[in-house]
Design a protein around this ligand. Structure first.
Ligand code: URA
Length: 479
């Protein structure tokens, strides 16, 4: 038995070097024990100094395996090194195993990679920096306990996002530092290394209370999206219990305020037509899972996560915005920020029930430039819109809406396949190739940007008129 020792828990290059040497020497997975750090060799194990120092030639390795392995190596399962080596060994005989979803080792590795991605996503969403005054300068430090070894791969995201700050993130197994130029890594720490409270936290707590929407409260969802284990490190978590307690009263008040609106109509059930765009993707949840690994344009690099559409998969009406904003990027849901609020109020005013709409965006990743701690929205360009049309088309094929509402020029461009002026095409139904009807109107954020109240009122009236047309068309399609 050969014992192979790795210094790092998650260094792909280190694992790959040893794995290639093992493979070239013809050492079968059953004859290898992978040891990490200071773990002792077993009694009958030889050290890997027996291996050739330079890897000989090995068969070709599919690119997909390299991508998968770079993620799986971050998993906390102690067997990850061995599982990867076994798969690498098998791939030498059959390079198509990774295409076989029924292969149990393949599906185990895929699940491990998903768990790592989820953990990295939680890290991006739940890190909270606290200020530490140091030598007259503001430093920021955060403590986090990830489930997997995700710090190194996630740190560049924070360097881009908080490029103008001096910060550190400390986890039990490693820490990382950004000095506004370089990213460096150090040993792990403990929670007491990180200050308990600061002024930034008060601002954050107020912000959290302000965005809390009682009508959207789903405690089980909240727990799955923001697992309870993260709550203890989040300043806003102290607000969750009182907000939940008050939610019912707040919701009743919201319903009472809307009770003069006409009742929303019931949409008929429509059989779902499954498209053949991609044989593996058969449903909206499948597509939502698939977009997690989208690399069709570079926007995925900086965004927290893709924001897929949401709503009934058999909705008769699809609403398409431009792209997620700051709050949507963090929440992973479309139209939950300020533009979403304008939209929700306007549709309520004309009697459209959001629960009956499938709401999505032309571009699924947030595009922004960092300015200190803020992220400033950038309009997607034509290349990004056309790269992301793949997903919008897939959503259309899977939901088959009869009516599509484009909010703003980017959505109209994606749906019509060419740039159009909203002013020229708004308010008139446009037939699309698949038989759906398109109505184009302004983006709700346009209303937010109009400085004077009078101008805003004029534009809002036009927006409501367009939505009234949508409501009439919805009613007609039911009769
Ligand atoms: N603007 C959009 O176009 N979409 C969102 O989801 C949020 C803001």
């Amino acid at each position: 038995m050969l014992s192979v020792r790795l210094e790092s828990p998650n260094d792909f290059a280190e694992w790959r070097d040893k794995a290639r040497r093992l493979l070239a020497a013809g050492v079968a997975p059953a004859n290898v024990v992978w040891r990490y750090g200071a773990e002792d060799n077993g009694l009958f194990e030889a050290g890997d100094d027996m291996l050739p120092t330079v890897a000989g030639a090995i068969g070709s390795v599919p690119r997909d395996f390299l991508t998968l392995a770079q993620t799986v190596i971050q998993h906390s399962d102690p067997e990850r090194f061995a599982r990867l080596y076994t798969m690498l060994w098998r791939l030498q005989q059959d390079s198509r195993i990774l295409m076989n979803a029924a292969d149990s080792a393949n599906s185990l590795l895929t699940n491990m990679a998903s768990a790592v991605r989820r953990d990295a996503h939680k890290m991006k969403a739940f890190v909270r920096f606290r200020t530490v005054p140091l030598a007259g300068e503001e430093r920021y430090v955060a403590w986090l306990e990830p489930d997997h070894y995700v710090l190194e791969a996630t740190a560049p995201f924070f360097a881009r996002r908080f490029a103008g700050m001096n910060w550190a993130i400390v986890t039990p197994y490693a820490s990382t530092f950004w000095d506004m130029e370089n990213l460096s890594f150090g040993p792990g720490g403990s929670k007491k290394d990180v200050p308990a409270h600061d002024a930034v936290e008060d601002d954050w707590t107020t912000y959290y209370a302000a965005i809390f929407n009682p009508a959207r409260l789903k405690v089980s969802m909240m727990k799955s999206e923001m697992p309870v284990k993260y709550w203890r490190n989040l300043p806003e978590a102290a607000q969750i219990a009182p907000l939940i307690r008050n939610a019912r009263a707040m919701e009743a008040e919201m319903i009472a305020r809307a009770s003069t609106q006409p009742p929303a109509r019931h949409l008929r059930q429509k059989a779902r037509e499954i498209s053949a765009v991609d044989e593996l993707i058969q449903s909206i949840p499948d597509a939502k899972a698939a977009i997690e690994s989208c690399r069709r344009c570079p926007l995925y690099e900086h965004a927290t996560q893709p924001v897929f559409g949401e709503g009934p998969p058999d909705a008769k009406v699809m609403v398409v915005g431009e792209q997620p904003g700051d709050q949507e990027d963090l929440a992973g849901r479309p139209f939950v920020g300020p533009a979403g609020q304008v939209f929700d109020e306007a549709i309520a005013e004309v009697g459209i029930d959001r629960k009956k709409l499938y709401v999505t965006n032309a571009v699924k990743h947030f595009k922004f430039v960092p300015r200190g701690k803020r992220r400033i929205h950038q309009k997607p360009d034509s290349g990004e819109i056309s790269a992301c049309r793949h997903w919008l088309d897939m959503e259309r094929q899977l939901t088959r809406p009869r009516l599509i509402v484009a909010l703003g020029a980017s959505a109209a461009q994606s749906l019509l396949g060419k740039a159009v002026s909203v002013a020229k095409v708004r308010g008139e139904p446009i037939p699309l190739d698949d038989g759906a009807i398109l109505v184009v109107t302004n983006h709700p954020s346009y209303l937010l940007r109009i400085p004077d109240a009078e101008g805003r009122a004029v534009e809002r009236a036009k927006f409501l008129a367009d939505l009234q047309l949508v409501e009439r068309l919805m009613a007609q399609s039911e009769n």
